[in-house]
Design a binder for this molecule. Structure first.
Ligand code: WTA
Length: 649
């Protein structure tokens, strides 16, 4: 755990109660109803979760709601279900079968609308493709695609037959993809020739080819044709998506899966070492994602819901694909960049599709602010009735801008706190019931028990900063880290014994509202992407000129945090400006462009403790241009710090 002293400085006074008009039609329409649900969930958590799970379809009922062998949880033990069945087949016996499930816009402007019935057909055909290749229940499939409907189809097809999917964000490089394939031991890779992004083409298949040179577990590669650019196809390994589905029937029974069957894994950055494959289980994930989508977004049958995240991150898994479909909703999916061809692309999509609920990230909001109010002002956004944010703390001024310029002072904003590991939203306003305060994620959802504690696990007082923990298992909690249960225990359940350690700092105000203060571990949140400092350091050190590297975050107006790397060079290498660019390019190549350091600083030595630990706190202060205020008595060689300051030029 970082040696951080947590001090909370933010004091926001404004408060926004939901409008009577909004509350009147909301699923949870008053504080009284909210309080009674919360009370019930606190008194009888298992009964509470069981009632929610029972709103979905099960092939066989569970025998036990929760089996808690701390820190390992099993939910709905003995129950059999299938999340793809619940996302699709459950809706086919009602008028929902003809409702649009996925409403997609490509970056060049092409549009596709897939009804639930059509989605069923496509998912079944693709599931049959996988089966025809011998891919079966218990296998893993890596999916590396752009934002096309086939990405959702591939996920659902895997889930339908019990293949655990591992989606790798299309912005990752070949090397990052290779590591994730190898760690997951996937038998099949599902990719595309390319993807459109800001008018250019992301060469997915080319990256995949590079990754596959060192990924022996992959037997087959299925390639969806999106851009039509020529790509290398290596028979018999590589197959075209369209050739294969053309041969398949549109019927494929959904596997009857144990509730605990791993539905997917998703890699995320942790404090130390390589990215972790966070594993989620079918029944619990399904239950938690279903109810949070319904309540937090107050989702109704007539709504068009748009989460602008990428499906390559957990937000897209839970709130583009699974959550909306479990609720029989229409989910919008957009392929490209928010400022292509102009900075009003999002507002034009909202106007065109008459989007009712819009969910995006603070980093995107800060970009919108920078681009100017004129872009949203050009559009009729009157269809919107609710807004959401996720991914990082939202500064109150960005919240106010969003409220005014997008919500036109009319729409409640739900600031939702959660993580890849939690699977579903944990802390958020329920929009028809709870007044909001700009910058606060408000209260934990019913059934979620959080606290702000000190290192010993003792609750800190009102308005005191501390560590955000979760004290009771919840259905969509991660089950383990793939292949490494010890790391799961150590990372999440040992820092503060008996509690789930989130890695975030927080404070709780006099109304019980939570104010998240960001990561307190060595994870940097750049534009809502979690990047482990360790990964960037390993990447830098893998360059032949680098001896040692220490990477820290510094505040960045647009991205939330920027990356600064302190680098010492191996003997015989000179600190030259061209080398800085080369090192930045090296990180982009080994991890992905989004992890590229904003600044590289060469130095002769790094500040270390006597035991050899790099004192990141000092580097963080330096990187953000602050005077070092903290304790430096453990510093082994004080002259290093003086020198670092001098090197600041
Ligand atoms: C941060 C994204 C403040 C937090 C769903 C968390 C937030 C990490 C919020 C998880 C929020 C997410 N307010 N901080 N509303 N939402 N975070 O795994 O630091 O990509 O631990 O999941 O993002 O990032 P992840």
């Amino acid at each position: 755990m970082a040696e951080t002293h947590i001090e909370s400085l933010l004091k926001e006074q404004r408060i926004f109660p939901p409008s009577p008009e909004f509350s009147k039609h909301a699923h949870i329409h008053s504080l009284e109803v909210y309080d009674s649900i919360t009370k019930r969930a606190a008194e009888d958590p298992e009964g509470y979760w069981a009632d929610i799970a029972a709103e979905l379809d099960w092939f066989e009922p569970w025998k036990k709601v929760l089996e808690w062998d701390s820190p390992f949880a099993k939910w709905f033990v003995g129950g059999k279900t299938n999340i793809a069945f619940n996302c699709i087949d459950r809706h086919l016996s009602s008028a929902t079968k003809n409702k649009v499930a996925i409403l997609w816009e490509g970056e060049p402007g092409d549009v596709r609308a897939l009804s639930y019935q059509m989605l069923h057909y496509e998912v079944c055909r693709f599931a049959n493709v996988l089966k025809s290749l011998g891919i079966e229940k218990g296998d893993r499939a890596t999916i590396y695609m752009g934002m096309v409907p086939e990405l959702a189809i591939a996920m659902l097809a895997c889930a339908r037959i019990g293949v655990t999917h591992n989606v790798v964000f299309g912005g990752f490089s070949a090397e990052a993809l290779r590591d994730r394939i190898n760690d997951s031991k996937s038998r099949v890779l599902i990719t595309a020739d390319g993807a459109y992004r800001r008018g250019a083409i992301v060469p997915l298949k080319k990256n995949a080819d590079e990754a596959l040179s060192g990924a022996p577990s992959i037997e087959r590669v299925i390639v969806y044709k999106r851009t039509g650019e020529p790509v290398n196809m290596a028979p018999p390994r590589d197959l075209w998506w369209h050739d294969q589905v053309a041969k398949m029937a549109g019927v494929c029974p959904a596997e009857r899966l144990e509730a605990e069957h791993p539905v997917f894994m998703l890699y995320t950055s942790g404090t130390t070492g390589k990215p972790k494959g966070v594993v989620h289980a079918t029944g619990g994930y399904m239950t938690n994602v279903y109810i949070t989508t319904k309540w937090v977004f107050d989702l109704k049958d007539e709504d068009t819901f748009w989460c602008s995240a990428d499906v390559g991150w957990v937000t897209g898994h839970s709130y583009i694909v699974y959550g909306p479909l479990l609720n029989g909703a229409t989910s919008v999916m957009y392929e490209g960049a928010p400022n292509y061809p102009e900075p009003d692309r999002f507002w034009s999509i909202i106007e065109k599709f008459k989007v009712n609920i819009f969910y995006t990230a603070p980093t995107a909001i800060r970009s919108f602010i920078k681009w100017g109010d004129l872009w949203p002002a050009k559009h009729d956004l009157s269809s919107l009735r609710l807004l959401g944010t996720v991914g990082e703390p939202i500064n109150p001024e960005a919240w106010m801008w969003y409220h005014k310029n997008i919500g036109r002072d009319r729409c409640p904003i739900v600031d939702t706190w959660w993580q890849t590991e939690t699977g579903a939203i944990m802390i958020s306003p329920i929009p028809g019931a709870l007044p909001t305060k700009p910058g606060s994620a408000t209260r934990p959802l019913p059934g979620v028990v959080v606290d702000v504690v000190d290192r010993q696990g003792k609750s800190v007082g009102t308005n005191q900063g501390g560590f955000l923990v979760i004290k009771r298992p919840w259905p969509s909690m991660l089950r383990t880290i793939y292949g490494d249960p010890e790391r799961y225990k150590k990372q999440y359940w040992s820092e503060i014994p008996g509690m789930y350690f989130t890695g975030d700092g927080a404070r709780c105000d006099e109304d019980g509202y939570l104010w998240i203060m960001g990561r307190i571990d060595d994870v940097i949140n750049v534009s809502g992407h979690r990047i482990g400092t360790m990964e960037v350091e390993s990447s830098l050190v893998s360059h032949p000129t680098v001896a040692e590297a220490a990477v820290v975050g510094r505040p960045d107006e647009l991205k939330g945090q920027g990356i600064v790397a302190f680098v010492t060079l191996a003997a015989g290498h000179q600190a030259a400006p061209a080398l800085k660019e080369e090192l930045k390019g090296h990180v982009a190549k080994t991890i992905g462009g989004f992890a590229k350091p904003d600044e590289i600083r060469f130095t002769d030595a790094l500040p270390k403790t006597r035991s050899g630990k790099i004192m990141r706190r000092l580097l963080r202060d330096l990187a953000s241009g602050q005077a070092t205020v903290g304790d430096t008595t453990t510093l082994e060689d004080f002259s290093v710090l003086t020198k670092l300051r001098e090197e600041e030029e």
